[in-house]
Design a protein around this ligand. Sequence first.
Ligand SMILES: Nc1ncnc2c1ncn2[C@@H]1O[C@H](COP(=O)(O)OP(=O)(O)OP(=O)(O)O)[C@@H](O)[C@H]1O
Ligand SMILES: [Mg+2]
Length: 388
Amino acid sequence: MQDIIQKYGIIGKSEVIQNIIKSIDQVAKTDISVLITGDSGTGKELVAKAIHQQSLRKHSPYITVNCGAIPSGTMESELFGHKKGSFTDAMENRKGFFETADGGTILLDEIAEMPLGVQVKLLRTLEQGEITKVGESIPRKVNVRILASTNKNLQEEVSKENFRKDLYYRLKTITINVPTLSKRREDIPLLADAFMMEYADKNNLAYKPFSPNSIKILQEYYWPGNIRELRNFVQLAFIFEKDTKIRPETVNEHLNIENDQTNYDTRFPVRVNKDSETVERELILRQLFVLRQEVEDIKKMLESNINVNNYRQNQLMDISNVMKNIQNVTDEKDFENDDQETKTMQEMEKELIQNTLKVFHGNKKKTAKALKIGERTLYRKINQYDLK
Ligand SMILES: Nc1ncnc2c1ncn2[C@@H]1O[C@H](COP(=O)(O)OP(=O)(O)OP(=O)(O)O)[C@@H](O)[C@H]1O
Ligand SMILES: [Mg+2]
């Protein structure tokens, strides 16, 4: 086991991580807005949170707004609030996220998804420090530090006219770019170890170290899903490993190394020497891990948002319902292939499909998509389990 090198919850010893920490230290105490860029799963939200927590605003609210998750028609009122009667559904006055975050920090996550009309208003807030509620004409002052993040190339979005040039230039003055994991491979052992400890701790299980050879495989892999993928993989390895340490065979079996980089897709099992039932079940299990991680991420996001609207709450409820039935199964450590176990796996597969169908009101296309299986497989499973 090695000593975990981390600051502000950001693990890593690579030069890029050290530079990111330096940037955080430099900007945190100011009120400057910061743009955080980087591929999906690289740790942008972690950086944003660190900036807030090191700032003078740390005891004030920190609100994350996922611009990609809010329907574009309601984004303006979600952000800036609205006056009662300003549109059909505006039954009462409503505070927007900016007002809720007053005195603190707001993270505008996936900012590239913000509609152009709302971008104009945001620019104004950035420049004047004021907001205008929907249905009002007089602006009011807010004291909010603005952070924005994106995994898209904003410059490209500007040239495609999806993003306003003036806003882009205003935002990009201070940019922190979080590089992909493959650009900081020296951090992989630290991260894998830390995630392993965290997982073992959380579940009250004995820590299973990665053997030196298995760490080597992890370091050679290119991690298209970055740290998020590594974190999910560590859990997967822990669960599938029957030994007391993680062996290279287990890593090889569950990492899609054979896949060509351009065709990479974690959803497709690459092992062909297993019967199709086993392969399919593993595929669904893998999906469960991703889902579990996503639910945890959403929960965290919601915890930091005081102002959760019904739309998102319902979405979370739906996902939680699906998760309830699978929680126990993914917590199982051992997947022995005896009859008893197989039966449990089948039951859980059935329940997962049934619940996902319910969430999508029987829509097979959406269900298949959510489970990341083919529609034909879904139909077959529906027949097999006699699902309505
Ligand atoms: N350097 C790091 N040390 C420890 N954990 C990390 C690090 N970087 C990322 N993580 C973890 O990896 C996961 C993904 O990170 P995060 O949510 O910040 O990614 P992101 O860049 O915002 O991705 P996306 O664009 O998909 O939203 C989180 O669980 C986060 O805690
Ligand atoms: Mg994010």
